[in-house]
Design a protein around this ligand. Sequence first.
Ligand code: GLV
Length: 331
Amino acid sequence: MTSTQAKPKVLVARAIFPDHIARLEEHFEVVSNPKDESWTKAQLIEKLQGVQGVFVAGERIDAELLDACPDLKICANMAVGYNNFDLDAMTAHGVLGTNTPDVLTETTADFGLALLMATARRMSESEHFLRAGQWQRWSYDMFSGSDVHGSTLGIIGMGRIGQGIARRGAHGFGMDVIYHNRSRLDAALETDCKARYVGKEELLKTADHVVLVVPYSPASHHTIGAAELALMKPTATLVNIARGGIVDDAALAVALREKRIAAAGLDVFEGEPKVHPDLLTVPNVVLTPHIASATVPTRRAMSKLTIDNLIGFLVHGKPVTPLNPSVLKQA
Ligand code: GLV
């Protein structure tokens, strides 16, 4: 009888590309979720018994789960944002977290501009009107929106995606770009993005279009609430491609209904996939189901990077994009 070393076990908590499962199977004993079933926390914990690595896409990883899953060594998130991870708890448990930066930057920046344009030019609202058979004749002010070219673009959160949006706005649409961020970009990056640093209040008062690309944390919760919406121009638009919870959705629905701002474009929501019911009834908002990174090449690149992290860490001891590398020193 020949003895072979047992392969590490990996759980893939969400449906992913079948050829990517095949690649994982070359290295691991894999349990996958091809039907993309939603598992409760208890079910996830049960499936993680004896498992060293998990592929997740937004599933919550916290101390309670880590306490109950003593074999777990790595949680690889198929997303750049990782507010589903309690990273301190993971570090305390010696569990590595990884995410998928860079591979989605340009695709997500494209979407930021697309959502801004759809919002400013009232594309969803006018399409619904047309589909409902309400278009009888042309009129001079039908669905007049606001200009994108030559306007002032205010970006809150100037990481890689924010910079991508700034470049598109400044170089492609001749926009005057202002930004607010925890820290100022260095001068060369500001020149490259043609972006000027301003305080949050000045940005909200000045921008024609405000785009949110800030990561979610308790500190960024409700970055935009009733008070901030009150500072914006009545003609302004607001676009959120960051995370649910960055905007107070209830306050936004009121501001949209009362036309205190002109329009909003939202790809992310508080408590998604639920959407605040008032947002579903106001006409001046474009709603999309968290698809900013959703192109086939980018979703494949995100899934591949997630797998590279699992293989890199569990097989070679070298993850590609570790979030808490101090865990590597403990190992
Ligand atoms: C998507 O929202 C991501 O964080 O990648």
